[in-house]
Design a protein around this ligand. Structure first.
Ligand code: AMP
Length: 290
């Protein structure tokens, strides 16, 4: 297997978009997944964000959808053919942006729908017809119920970051969505780990999947130094502030386990003169994007 995109015989519009992105060679997940997805087989892929996973599934999907490509303005000529499900608004937005770039020289249309935003602009886009729909499960169900999204011509489903979708509790939503789709289809499942729950999901919805694994589950990045501090609850804030100051850290992400804890910590850091912004699910989508 070679790792150059030119050996894939991608259609010219896709090859042109890839060349424009400046990608020189395929990443390991791309080298392994693209040829398999091009055959139409189901795939169970272990790959994390940052591995080039999005291109690994979107390029071959777009290639396979090219046979449906048309310039008609009639919505009926642009039914949803590929559905990509993701756990969060931000991931959905990122994946949709990438799909748009890869599809830019084709007549295939794509759209993204996620919660926290007005349904109306999403509805207008759906009603015009899109071949590739990127969505978070809850909002997609809203659109299905409102009859804005018809999924009876879906040929490809991607369950991206499937482990996180299950962690969030999206399993019932996923089951409902999958029940609306044609049985004859290709299903691709990507997950950082293959936990027993993920395997169960795969057993229920994938047909003889090809397993592709590019990184060991839970492998850590070699570029990240890790330190562990054992401190009591009451000392955590002080310890954090001390570490930031002592190590001369100019920019930091701090992850906390609750929305309230996040807001409180941000206020406390702000009071100490550290320019801080809190980001959590109670923020409006505008605030989150900012
Ligand atoms: P992903 O893992 O899909 O979120 O992709 C992570 C980043 O890698 C994105 O910004 C892509 O544009 C970029 N990327 C994807 N494939 C390649 C490639 N073959 N060469 C260089 N960059 C890539």
């Amino acid at each position: 297997m070679t790792s150059s995109f030119s050996n894939l015989s991608l259609a010219e519009p896709l090859a042109r978009a890839v060349a424009e992105m400046g990608y020189e060679s395929m990443t390991p997940i791309q080298a392994q997944a693209i040829p398999v997805v091009l055959t139409g087989k189901d795939v169970m892929g272990a790959a994390q964000t940052g591995t080039g996973k999005t291109a690994a599934f979107s390029l071959p999907l777009l290639q396979r959808l090219l046979k449906h490509e048309n310039a008609s303005t009639s919505p009926a000529r642009h039914p949803v053919r590929a559905l990509v499900l993701l756990p969060t608004r931000e991931l959905a937005d990122q994946v949709a942006q990438q799909v748009k770039l890869y599809a830019k020289y084709t007549n295939l249309r794509s759209a993204v729908v996620f919660g926290g935003m007005d349904m109306k602009p999403q509805t207008l886009e759906l009603k015009k017809g899109v071949e590739v729909l990127v969505a978070t499960p809850g909002r997609l169900l809203d659109h299905i119920e409102a009859k804005n999204a018809v999924l009876n011509q879906v040929e490809y489903v991607v369950l991206d970051e499937a482990d996180r979708m299950l962690d969030i509790g999206f399993l019932p939503d996923l089951q409902r969505i999958l029940s609306y789709l044609p049985k004859e289809r290709t299903t691709l499942l990507f997950s950082a780990t293959f936990s027993p729950e993920i395997k169960r999901l795969a057993n229920s919805y994938l047909k003889d999947p090809i397993t592709i694994e590019v990184a060991r589950p839970n492998e850590t990045a070699s570029t990240v130094e890790q330190r562990f501090y054992s401190v009591g609850d009451d000392d955590k804030r002080r310890a954090l502030k001390q570490i930031v100051r002592q190590r001369g850290i100019t920019q930091a992400f701090v992850f906390v386990n609750s929305k309230l804890g996040c807001a409180r910590l941000a206020r406390s850091l702000e009071r100490d003169g550290l320019k801080t912004t809190a980001l959590h699910g109670d923020k409006s989508q505008d605030e989150r994007l900012k």
